[in-house]
Design a binder for this molecule. Structure first.
Ligand SMILES: O=C(O)CCC(=O)C(=O)O
Length: 302
């Protein structure tokens, strides 16, 4: 009899399961990962901070190998994804692979949650708070016909969690440039308040209908070109998006979405597909929302 064995759910492990990242063992060893005050101030002023090294080349290669395996819908871990869209693009002539939940499927995408460079920077940008995991995302545009990600603010899709104390980290798995559909930000748009939510992989310019004339005048996107293995962080209200990839290179990336420890559920519905309900008003925690990092000042209070 033919049996298909399902992959193990890695969300049960709330610490690294491999040697993918060397974990610092003292406060002194953590120092090397700290952002400068200048970088933190830049983030608060502009709503983003780019060009932060996250991965060595061999780590990028390992993640790209894992990515190649899990983009196959027949992969034994496919049932673990919260969302899986081989092509989410609203334009049938282009392709945008988009999936949430890779951390449950492969060792590398699991352990990147505990990358010291990521958790330290995330804690600082959240105001020196504990960092709790929300979910991950894969965004991949193939060469020649990669689709757009329309202008949007991340929190417009996340109002089921409160208060807004979220953060996004986007890491390039290919060199990302204007040619292959890199991310663009509208600097300082994190000060515009919460806007309506457009279709994510729909009309690139859909969000513009929701902007005031003053916001339209300030709508001056800047490209965030990054070498593979480098990351950019952005505020939950930062307006961002990315254009088509018509080049002969792919543009692959993974995203880690986190919030400050203490964030609550604001719904009695499922927060992510297949995840047990966290009652409205209850703290986001448990198997699917691990605490990734606690700043040292908080350790001292325990
Ligand atoms: O990868 C992209 O082009 C879009 C990513 C994105 O929307 C995000 O990181 O929030």
């Amino acid at each position: 009899m033919l049996t298909t064995e399902k992959a193990k759910d890695l969300s049960g492990y709330h610490k690294p399961i491999s040697n993918f990242f060397k974990q610092p063992s003292s406060p002194q060893e953590w120092e090397q990962y700290k952002l400068t005050d200048e970088q933190v101030n830049f983030f608060h002023e502009n709503g983003y901070l780019s060009n932060i090294k996250m991965l060595e080349e061999w780590q990028v290669d390992k993640l790209n190998d894992e990515l190649a395996a899990i983009t196959d819908p027949e992969h034994a871990g496919n049932h673990l994804f919260y969302e899986f869209h081989s092509n989410e693009s609203a334009d049938t002539n282009t392709t945008l692979f988009h999936a949430l939940g890779a951390w449950r499927v492969t060792e590398g995408f699991h352990d990147v949650l505990w990358n010291p460079a990521f958790v330290m920077a995330a804690s600082q940008l959240l105001g020196d708070k504990g960092v709790r995991f929300w979910h991950d995302q894969l965004f991949c545009k193939p060469a020649h016909h990669g689709g757009v990600v329309a202008w949007h603010q991340d929190y417009s899709y996340w109002t089921r969690t409160t208060p807004m104390q979220h953060l996004t980290c986007w890491t390039a798995l290919d060199d990302a440039s204007t040619e292959n559909g890199c991310l663009y930000y509208v600097p300082k748009s994190h000060q515009w308040g919460l806007l309506d939510k457009p279709e994510l992989a729909g009309n690139m310019e859909g969000l513009l209908d929701y902007l005031t004339e003053e916001q339209k005048a300030k709508f001056k996107p800047v490209p965030i070109e990054l070498k593979k293995g480098y990351a950019t962080f952005h505020h939950p209200l930062m307006v961002h998006g990315s254009y088509e990839n018509k080049s002969n290179r792919s543009r692959r990336a993974f995203v880690l979405n986190v919030f400050a420890d203490g964030t609550l559920s604001d719904t009695n519905n499922e927060l992510l597909q297949g995840v047990p309900v966290v009652d409205k008003g209850e703290k986001m925690e448990g198997q699917f929302f691990p605490l990734l990092f606690q700043p040292f000042s908080e350790h001292a209070k325990i």
